[in-house]
Design a protein around this ligand. Sequence first.
Ligand SMILES: Cc1cc2nc3c(=O)[nH]c(=O)nc-3n(C[C@H](O)[C@H](O)[C@H](O)COP(=O)(O)OP(=O)(O)OC[C@H]3O[C@@H](n4cnc5c(N)ncnc54)[C@H](O)[C@@H]3O)c2cc1C
Length: 500
Amino acid sequence: MTDAARRPPAAPDAPEHVDVLIVGAGVSGIGSAWQLQKRLPDARFVVLETLDTFGGTWVTHRYPGIRSDSDLHTYGYSFKPWTGPPIATAAEIKAYMGEIIAEAGLDSHIHYRHRVVSADWSSAEKRWTIVAERLDTGDSVHFTAGFLWMCQGYYRHDEGYAPEWPGMDEFGGSIVHPQTWPDDLDVSGKRVVVIGSGATAATLLPAIAGQCAHVTMLQRSPTYFRTGRNAIDLAETLRELAVDEAWIHEIVRRKILFDQDAFTRQTFARPDKVKAELIGAIRTIMGPDYDVDTHFTPSYRPWRQRIAFVPDADLFEAVKRGEASVVTDTIDRFTPTGIRLGSGEELEADIVVTATGFHLSVMGDIPFAVDGKAVDFADTVTYRGMMFTGVPNLVWVFGYFRASWTLRTDLVADFVCRLLPHMRAKGLSAVEAALRPDEVGASRKPWGDEENFNPGYLMRGMHLLPKAGPGSDWQHSQDYWADKDAFPAIDLGDPVFVYR
Ligand SMILES: Cc1cc2nc3c(=O)[nH]c(=O)nc-3n(C[C@H](O)[C@H](O)[C@H](O)COP(=O)(O)OP(=O)(O)OC[C@H]3O[C@@H](n4cnc5c(N)ncnc54)[C@H](O)[C@@H]3O)c2cc1C
């Protein structure tokens, strides 16, 4: 039975009222729903999800080898031990999420194939009206909700980003984006060129090397990678000692977070040293004859873009075996048989994979209105990356770049599960984050600091994102280690929260 078939469909016309409506059944939506149910068992809630199953990113991306690039002890939830290898496949992550849904009985709250198409706040009624399109019937379904919990992710699920290069229409082979990988694409015996150097390219290369005739990673510039065994020594030792899995999960989480904190600090304090260590590790694997300077030595300081973990050095081993190669060059144009490079060389290809990133999407591109006035989130200022000025009773889960996304899910959930009872106890129905009088005139900055972290999708879409304001209250810190103390300490009586 499919996930959708298990869930009775929402009534087509009668608006269903809930205390909380969660948009999205990816890792954020499922983690938030679990926390909400556990912490506020009386809350009525639904989760609306466009797809016919849970998993979000781990369902949309179906390219060969699809796996996490961060460890599952911290990417997994705090409340459910992860017992497998730290780097996990999409299927393993989905299975883990499925267990949580089954154990907590969350299925009965999830409406699959429901795409949210509008959200309107009424100050008079102090509630949201949400319209969803049922993808199985085409009907519109109305919900009303006291609180909206946006877990719809940060990129467009229906199409990836690929630049236009001259000659693409003349190319005689196939051009595919990893986000819309055709189920029937057969790479055997084919010459494949993967454009890009991020985690997706680094995953695809070893996954298809050996199956296809040859795979080439064509990158404009190199990216940092870390590599090691796909195992955690401490977890293995604790398991040998027959320590309970729940303890292992917690201990290993703490150890990983401690180490990541130290690593991140080092990248700021001693970037050259960290760079030398990262590159040195790759040089050791690739040997003295490989041109590590050209292909694996980025020009930027470590952590300005995500550093993918390459388990068991599989990317590098595929290159060493000669099944894969890396070319660092620019693209001049596509030709009927491949890609002509800036250097004049031509790369022959039967299949070109554009692993070139995402389209950033703010609030799932859903049209929002407050009292009939359209909301442009780019005109709002964010309270800690989760609330937005002028938009009541709403949070967005936007995870971390340098730590696992899900760590943020728990922090936001903790905040919401304190906020809602606080409001109920005081007989309040609406809350909005508002700049304090002395902050109103302060200049607004972009959501993220380009000098700090600058992946392409963020740079292309920064103008769409809410703004940062003065001080740490008014920005997404991107610092889990600061947030983990700051979030639980948020004073719900602070004048930044305007209640009605
Ligand atoms: C290939 C890949 C690998 C990644 N690996 C890691 C990693 O290892 N570690 C890490 O920390 N981060 C990783 N990330 C970042 C990753 O996106 C997050 O970790 C996480 O999956 C985001 O979860 P989410 O639930 O917030 O959003 P998503 O996974 O994007 O899920 C959002 C869900 O909301 C649904 N939705 C969207 N709009 C609507 C709508 N209008 N109505 C109803 N439903 C809607 C979507 O269908 C989707 O199911 C990776 C990203 C990608 C693309």
